[in-house]
Design a protein around this ligand. Structure first.
Ligand code: ZN
Length: 333
């Protein structure tokens, strides 16, 4: 048994309480490799932003769960070395699908876990979530649950259609499970193709796709039912067109990739939404930077010469999200 507190990590309880009071949201960034983690920590240390480091099932398969956990432990020390006196770093399991997986993360030093029972029938989702909460709370590990279904593809999480969260269920769900935060479905979705072209309109000037707006009415209803309760948005990348354009003009092929406009996320961050998950945008930043180096310097074969620029581009992206979208800068001195 490893307690996350001994690793210098924090759970989400205080972060979320402050974020709701302060009208901002905590960034939840996924990480799969060293460059990505360096970029996240550098961006957060420079902006003094609390952060949630997320480990997905795809990341566990790619990089190994044990290694990722030790990397997160190293991240705390790295943050201090960068001059961040009191780093507020949470290590979170993204989309845990079984009790056993959540338990193994709790036992191994994660400070927060998500149990995603959203694809299960309502009562089964409650039973599974409660089981995880009962275990995790013994060690002061916080638990995120999900109600409603997000469309899109994220590692092993695949859903054809989205189903908005039903506001009439949230009180019963939160009370009976004891979960600490709730991921809801209001129209965000996983991946870089969040909407089909037929769900969007086209900007007559640029010809680019304009996605449908998020269901803020559903969010408002949820907030009314659970005042002050932490709400989470998954699938909230914006798919910056400048990265898509760099990728496409340097040998890539990402037709009609589209995300959630940042003004909508800015609005959400000011509400009870206190955790916003961003993954695809950093993949795009990384890929754009690498493709550019490969196109401009075909003779380059030192991975540091293309992973380095990719890391710099991700750092820039994370800082932009923290300062311009989530408003979490300066919240963890
Ligand atoms: Zn997700």
């Amino acid at each position: 048994m490893v307690n996350y507190k001994d690793l210098g990590l924090v759970n989400t309880r205080e972060m979320f309480a402050k974020a709701i009071d302060g009208g901002y949201a905590i960034p939840a960034f996924n990480f799969n490799n060293m460059e990505q983690l360096q970029a996240i920590i550098k961006a957060c240390a420079e902006t003094k932003s609390p952060v949630i480091l997320q480990v997905s099932s795809g990341a566990r398969k790619y990089a190994n769960q044990t290694l990722l956990r030790y990397m997160a432990e190293g991240a705390v020390e790295y943050a201090k070395e960068l001059g961040w006196e009191h780093p507020q770093i949470c290590l979170h399991l993204d989309h845990g699908d079984t009790f056993e997986l959540c338990k193994s993360c709790v036992d191994f030093g994660f400070s927060s876990v998500m149990i995603d029972g959203s694809s299960l029938p309502y009562e089964e989702n409650i039973a599974l979530t409660k089981k995880v909460v009962d275990y995790a709370h013994q060690y002061d590990v916080t638990v995120e649950a999900e109600l409603g279904v997000l469309a899109g593809v994220e590692d092993d999480v695949v859903a054809e259609e989205s189903h908005y969260t039903k506001p009439e269920e949230v009180i019963d769900f939160a009370t009976r499970t004891g979960c600490d935060s709730l991921a809801i479905s209001i129209g965000t979705s996983h991946g870089a193709y969040k909407f089909k072209p037929e769900q969007c309109t086209r900007d007559p000037k640029t010809g680019k796709l304009v996605p449908p707006p998020l269901a803020f009415d559903v969010l408002e209803e949820v907030e009314k039912k659970l005042p002050g309760f932490p709400i989470v948005l998954h699938g909230s990348s914006s798919v910056p067109q400048e990265y898509v354009d760099i990728i496409n003009s340097h040998g890539g092929n990402l037709p009609d990739a589209v995300g959630i406009p940042e003004d909508q996320l800015r609005k959400a961050a000011k509400s009870a939404v206190c955790k916003i998950n961003i993954d695809s945008d950093s993949r795009l930043a990384f890929t754009a930077a690498v493709r550019k180096v490969f196109a401009e310097k075909p003779g380059e074969f030192d991975p540091r010469k293309y992973c380095g620029p990719a890391r710099d581009e991700m750092t820039k992206l994370y800082k932009h999200k923290i300062i311009e979208v989530l408003g979490s800068d300066g919240k963890a001195e």
